[in-house]
Design a protein around this ligand. Structure first.
Ligand SMILES: [Zn+2]
Length: 427
């Protein structure tokens, strides 16, 4: 069994309130021991950290590995499946290169992209993070993701979303997705920005209780998770009433929705997805998109309410996780660790809280079967060796050059420079 010993590191373990100096021993896939002093060298490969930070690998809670930084959803539908698969493979690797050792997907842009890439990663055929594979977005007609009414009807294999208009239709879509091997059913319970003229703006709740209950029922029977796009207060409440555990956005959650979230805080995860609305408001012009005044005001108020609600959730002890719809034009893949900076600068998280949200809570979101997300004996050895102190500057996590080494399951994806490593004879 391989043994790797990290020495002279500052450990951020995902649980403790402070970083501490010590050593960490990895045996095979697992973290075997953490020492504040010196651990036995035996025949381990020693990585001398020279004071670098050792922390758990990051988890992206709202990943879209098949999103190709497109301007609009039509581009995803138009991309032929062969090119789309290659792009998804490249994105998976890119995210691992940037320190994300786990992705919880929030929808694939075509039916089997997540599943096929997950399987290839697990089989060791391609490099990539652990991946919880999602369905496409499943949505009622005339809502976020449904492109049919505004363009030619596309054949089902290239549709961006799966439209369902009854509990039975949702049930069938879930069962077919289960047959393909997804881990997560993604449903669009609310509308979204830009769909106002269909009566499906962000404040609208467009799935019925019977439809969502059908999805949750199939998920329970098949051992799947349900993740809900839920911007409206009604969608958050409906999702929680139906037993959905993964809530995205919650931008317009009201006090009643926040109370309900708090009452379920031990089983619920929320990813507010700050990244995309932030860049859409502040950086879209760098990509040639100019907002008119009315749009700008709407985006400002959307971001304000996301910040207000996610900050309230943090204070209420609800698990709020980084993950921000990276893979859309102004919010490209690979920059995902910027969400941690948003958590600190906008939502009032301390850098340690933001890191714990992306590691310990992220590991819990991934949902096993093995323990993940902390530097703790018995957890999977997903580790980052970071040049510098992310508690002093959370933004360094966005710079892959500062990631000295990246380990997933006890194997280096990015090995440390040879000058730091040494194999010692047993002492
Ligand atoms: Zn998304």
């Amino acid at each position: 069994m391989s043994r790797v010993l990290f020495t002279d590191v500052r450990i951020i373990d995902g649980e403790a309130a402070e970083a501490y100096p010590g050593e960490v021993l990895v045996e095979g896939e697992w973290i075997a021991a953490i020492g504040r002093g010196r651990l036995a060298r035996d025949d381990a490969e020693v990585v001398a950290g020279n004071g670098a930070t050792l922390m758990p690998g990051l988890v992206e809670a709202h990943a879209h590995p098949s999103f190709t930084n497109a301007r609009d959803l039509h581009e995803f539908a138009r991309l032929p499946v062969e090119e789309h698969l290659l792009a998804t493979i490249e994105n998976a690797r890119l995210l691992l290169d940037h320190g994300f050792t786990s992705l919880f997907s929030a929808a694939a842009a075509k039916p089997r992209l997540d599943v096929v890439v997950r399987n290839a990663i697990e089989a060791g055929r391609i490099p990539g993070p652990r991946l919880r594979a999602a369905t496409q977005e499943m949505t009622p007609s005339g809502n976020l993701g449904d492109l049919d009414t505004i363009e030619l009807t596309l054949p089902p294999q290239v549709r961006f979303a799966v439209t369902c208009d009854s509990p039975d239709a949702f049930r069938a879509a879930c069962r077919r997705a289960a047959r393909e091997g997804v881990d997560t059913f993604k449903v669009n319970v609310s509308g979204d920005r830009g769909f106002e003229e269909w009566g499906a703006g962000s404040a609208a709740t467009v799935m019925t209780e019977a439809e969502l209950a059908a999805v949750v029922e199939v998920a329970a029977a098949r051992g799947k998770r349900v993740a809900a796009h839920a911007t409206s207060a009604g969608a958050v409440k409906l999702s929680l009433r139906c037993g959905v555990e993964v809530i995205y956005h919650a931008a317009l959650a009201d006090e009643e929705a926040l109370d309900l979230l708090e009452s379920k805080r031990d089983c619920v995860f929320v990813a507010p997805t700050v990244g995309f609305p932030y860049t859409l408001l502040h950086e879209a012009q760098d990509y040639g998109v100019r907002h008119d005044e009315a749009t700008r005001r709407k985006l400002e108020s959307e971001l304000e309410s996301i910040v207000h609600n996610a900050s309230a959730m943090r204070r209420r002890g609800i698990r709020v996780l980084p993950g921000g719809d990276y893979g859309l034009f102004c919010n490209p893949q690979g920059r995902n660790a910027r969400d941690l900076e948003h958590f600190v600068k906008l939502l009032g998280f301390s850098p340690m809280e933001a890191i714990q949200a992306a590691t310990r809570h992220g590991g819990a979101l991934m949902g096993g079967p093995d323990a993940l997300g902390c530097i703790k004996a018995g957890h999977l050895a997903d580790l980052l060796l970071v040049d510098g102190d992310p508690l002093a500057d959370i933004a360094i996590l966005q710079d892959p050059a500062r990631l000295i080494a990246i380990m997933k399951g006890g194997v280096f994806h990015k090995p440390p420079p040879t000058r730091l490593t040494q194999r010692l004879a047993a002492e």
